[in-house]
Structures are given as structure tokens and as C-alpha cells.
Design a protein. Structure first.
Length: 249
């Protein structure tokens, strides 16, 4: 299909998992794509996987001072931007007694402050119409232990789907959100858990999913393609929950 032909898209956190798969689907739908990441190894792997036509940029979503530079780079490369998928994020799980100020600041910077400032910095470059898709989390809705800061940061991001929709729709910019549940991506390998702890955590989460499995990154990417495309022209300030029924329990 060619739902994104001639559209210019930026995907943050686009070198692994959901972001990388979304980049593949965007390219397949005809878009010009830029992706960001921070790990030199995954940046190199993304260049190989996505090809020379995709712009692969080193940029840290949690570096608040770097967002303007990223916006300028994308603006210079594309002229205007039709699609922004804010996918970069961190899932740091700790019981309440284990959190401190710097750790809280890091999660909020990556999951909320950086994305907010990137939207702000990209305002001069957005085409009319344009689409912003925010990758939040089902943890913005459910009270899962050890996710207090993660859930709060994603709830803050989810709020932007509604508040910025009202503020930006007059400029032709639609803002929507996806809220994935447990997805089989490298994110779960970044939780700082031992192999045994990661396995036990995964089994505990899986037992709560009515669908009986983890989701696949391709399933999430399909939802992002829809929201980014003109098929969703009347979809504004909405949230698509993709959690295998986890939040229905």
C-alpha cells in the first residue's frame, strides 16, 4: 500500500523494537523517514536494516538541550514534517522506596520533557496537515507495582494527546496516542533485571493478559501507520489501547 507516499516522518527511538518496525512499515508505505537513537551499535544496525534512504540520527530524547538541534536537522533535511512518532522512552521499574530525585528526573526527561520540547521545536516545520502520534503505555491506566514513575510519566504524555489536540488542530496538526501493553521488544531487556528476574517478570505479566501472549511490534506499528495516514483524518485526541485485554481485568 502507499498510504504515506511523499510524507516526511520522524520516529524517535527508531532503531529497535516498535520504532524500528514502524520505520520499516513507513518506508513500505512510501514515506521518507528519519529515525533517532543513542546506542552506536543499534544506530549502525538500523542503517543496514532500513537502507541509505532513511536518515539515521544520534539523538537523546532525554537531553533537553538537544531537541532544537534535532528539529533543525530534520527541517534542513526534509523542509517540512508531515508525521512525528514520539516513540523513545525508558521503563525503569522500582518500588517507591528505591526512587531518588535524579532517577525521577531521568525518567521524566526521556518520557515527557524531551518529547514535549521536541514538539515545541518542530512547530515551525510541521506541514499542514500533519500528524503526531505519542507512544504512551497501558501503565498510564493500571496500578502495576513498581511502575509509579513510569506510569506517571506516560500518563503525562498521554494527557498531551488531548491538550495539544485542542491547541494544535487549528494549525492542521492532529495529535493521537497509542498505549501498548506488554510487547515483545528489547525494552524488557533494559530493565536492569537479571535473566531469571526478567523471565519471572515476563511470566507474571503474561499470566494477566487475556490474549495469552505478548504483542508483536508489527501489530503496534500498523496502528501507528493508521494514525499517521490520511485514513485517520477525523481521528483527533484519541487513544488506541493495544494490550491484549490486560486493562479489561
Amino acid at each position: 500500500m502507499n498510504r504515506l507516499t511523499n510524507k516526511r516522518a520522524l520516529i524517535t527511538g527508531g532503531t529497535t523494537g516498535i520504532g524500528l518496525e514502524t520505520a520499516r512499515q513507513f518506508v513500505g508505505e512510501g514515506a521518507r523517514v528519519a529515525v533517532t537513537g543513542t546506542n552506536p551499535a543499534t544506530l549502525a544496525e538500523a542503517r543496514k536494516a532500513l537502507g541509505n534512504d532513511v536518515l539515521v540520527l544520534a539523538s537523546d530524547a532525554g537531553d533537553l538541550s538537544a531537541q532544537e538541534a534535532l528539529a533543525r536537522t530534520v527541517g534542513e533535511a526534509f523542509g517540512q514534517l508531515d508525521i512525528l512518532f514520539l516513540n523513545a522512552g525508558i521503563a525503569e521499574l522500582r518500588p517507591i522506596g528505591k526512587w531518588d530525585g535524579p532517577a525521577i528526573d531521568r525518567s521524566l526527561a526521556i518520557n515527557f520533557k524531551g518529547p514535549f520540547l521536541l514538539i515545541q521545536a518542530l512547530l515551525p516545520y510541521f506541514a499542514k496537515p500533519a500528524s503526531i502520534v505519542l507512544n504512551t503505555s497501558i501503565n498510564a491506566h493500571i496500578g502495576m507495582p513498581a511502575t509509579s514513575i513510569y506510569g506517571a510519566s506516560k500518563a503525562a504524555l498521554l494527557s498531551l494527546a488531548k491538550t495539544l489536540s485542542g491547541e494544535l488542530i487549528g494549525r492542521g496538526i492532529r495529535v493521537n496516542a497509542i498505549s501498548p501493553g506488554p510487547i515483545a521488544t528489547p525494552l524488557y531487556g533494559k530493565l536492569g533485571l537479571s535473566e531469571a528476574e526478567a523471565k519471572a517478570t515476563g511470566e507474571k505479566i503474561l499470566a494477566q493478559v487475556p490474549a495469552g501472549r505478548f504483542g508483536d511490534a508489527a501489530e503496534i506499528a500498523k496502528a501507528v501507520v493508521f494514525l499517521a495516514s490520511d485514513e485517520a483524518a477525523f481521528t483527533v485526541g484519541s487513544e488506541l489501547i493495544l494490550d491484549g485485554g490486560l486493562s479489561t481485568l
